[in-house]
Write a protein that binds this ligand. Structure first.
Ligand SMILES: [Zn+2]
Ligand SMILES: [Zn+2]
Length: 361
């Protein structure tokens, strides 16, 4: 099997080791992509720290872009040389979720222990999130790949694989947000900034960002927030409602904290929706008074990966980037080599809202 360089996690909490591993060729329905860029997402860090368990040794990384260098049998519409975004959204196409147009919640499990990766001595190597993109190359299912314009910068393109589609998709898909509506976005981090620019693109009347950090509220305004509310104040929903003159049509919770979910409905207008994006720790519980929702037609809606259909949604987002209407370059805080991945992860952990991107020559 061909040898490639990858960053491998051997023990949760340890540094990743950049080493030679084996990646088999693309088989039926699969694509080999030689990566040009992979962004570091907080999900990668949660996995590497052991927060969500999983198989080891493993290769993380799931926000990637590159060029197709291999195509298996029974692949249509993708060819060697195409520029593509590689996502973790592996969809079987035939389960009830896929059949109803919801590939982000595909019900067919994937066994990353028996994927295309092996250690250099032929041992098990887990392909995390069906991607394993902290590596020079990946072999993934064709459902995970979407073509982008050949001249699109690869670092910007890699962001379309996860954080951007999760935030923008929560607005345009999960909330079905309409021009003229009011939005509250709780958390102005990587996903929150994209929910904010999604609401801006969708024609929001007003966008209130809520965050613990003044600095992040200032960045939120660069992405389209019309108002900022400090979450550390007493009953921050009162300040948000004052800014709106009423409650919000949609409240996007982009942080993974159960206490935030407890209070998110307080920001709502009659008929409004809480869109649940952030994922609290396993076992965390929130409490609501159901009668309040029934009485005024409010709802709670979970949204996975922005409910995107990648071949429908990523091309229009790439066009909006090209036209200067979707900010991607502004989301990048640093560019690193694969050998510097532990430094890049440490920098991400300092709490920046923006993305560090690994660039391959
Ligand atoms: Zn991600
Ligand atoms: Zn499926």
């Amino acid at each position: 099997m061909p040898a490639i360089k990858a960053a491998v996690c051997h023990a949760f909490g340890d540094q990743l080791t950049v080493e030679t591993v084996d990646l088999r060729a693309a088989q039926t329905g699969e694509i080999e992509v030689t990566l040009k860029a992979v962004a570091i997402c907080h999900s990668d860090i949660s996995f590497a720290d052991g927060a969500w368990g999983g198989s080891l040794p493993a290769v993380y990384g799931h926000e990637a872009a590159g060029l197709i260098t291999g195509v298996g049998d029974n692949v249509s519409g993708l060819n060697v040389g195409d520029a593509v975004v590689v996502t973790l959204i592996r969809a079987c196409g035939t389960c009830p979720s896929c059949s109803s147009g919801k590939p982000t919640i595909c019900g067919t499990p994937y066994d990353g222990d028996h994927g295309p990766l092996k250690t250099a001595d032929g041992g098990k190597l887990h392909q995390a999130m069906a991607s394993g993109a902290f590596a020079e190359k990946v072999v993934v299912d064709q459902s995970q790949v979407v073509k982008i314009p050949a001249d699109m910068p690869m670092d910007a393109a890699s962001l379309l694989a996860c954080g951007v589609i999760t935030g923008v998709g929560a607005v345009v898909n999960a909330a079905n947000f309409k021009a003229g509506q009011d939005a509250v976005v709780i958390g102005a981090g990587g996903v929150g900034l994209n929910a904010i620019q999604g609401a801006w693109i969708a024609g929001a009347r007003r966008i209130v960002a809520v965050d613990m950090s003044e600095e992040k509220l200032a960045i939120a305004k660069e992405f389209g927030a019309t108002h900022g509310v400090l979450a550390s104040q007493d009953k921050p929903w009162k300040a948000a409602k004052q800014a709106l003159g009423r409650g919000a049509d949609a409240v996007f919770v982009t942080v993974g904290a159960a206490p935030v979910y407890d209070t998110a409905p307080r920001y709502l207008a009659y008929g409004g929706k809480v869109i649940m994006v952030g994922m609290p720790a396993t076992g965390a519980v929130s409490q609501y008074e159901p009668a309040n929702f029934a009485a005024v037609g409010q709802s709670l809606i979970g949204s996975k990966m922005g409910d995107v259909v990648i071949k429908r949604d990523i091309p229009w987002m790439a066009d909006l980037y090209d036209q200067g209407r979707l900010k991607l370059d502004e989301l990048i805080s640093g560019r690193w080599s694969l050998d510097q991945i532990n430094e890049a992860i440490a920098d991400t952990k300092t709490g920046s809202a923006k993305r560090n991107v690994i660039i391959f020559d």
